[in-house]
Design a binder for this molecule. Sequence first.
Ligand code: HEM
Length: 141
Amino acid sequence: MTPDQVKAIQESFLKLKPISEQIAELFYGRLFEIAPGIKPLFRGDMKEQGRKLMAVLATVVHGLSKLESVLPAARELAKRHVGYGVKATDYAPVGAALLWTLERGLGQQWTQELAAAWGTAYNVLSEFMIVEAYGRTDEAA
Ligand code: HEM
């Protein structure tokens, strides 16, 4: 990730801050549409869940310029997710739903550059989380 990409992500996320509740709602709506099998894993109040998600995303987005600062928390988060019944393959639909939601949330301000930056950021984070939680998944590659 280049410094420009990090800056673009941080600026775009800041724009969504005033509507973070709607963003979370949009995200889960999209996620359960494209991956309905994931829905039963969520047992708690979805409003509260949305707040937690947006808070963690804010921390990660803030920490992107110093990635090593967020990795210990991401490792623990990934390990807790194993206990929630989350599988390594679930990370792909979550990433797709996230990008879809950001695109809707930012409207005209969504660009190909932003899509590439967010896509890279999510891939870096989710690959790290998958390896920490499930071990290497690409040994055959
Ligand atoms: C970068 C990726 C992700 C982030 C930042 C994230 C964030 C969070 C946060 C903050 C929580 C609250 C509980 C806690 O802190 O342990 C949570 C819970 C949860 N997440 Fe994630 N998550 C991610 C990926 C995923 C994926 C891929 C799935 C797949 C289905 C998932 C499903 C869940 C479930 C089922 C819960 C528990 C809900 C409950 O207790 O009812 N998350 N997530």
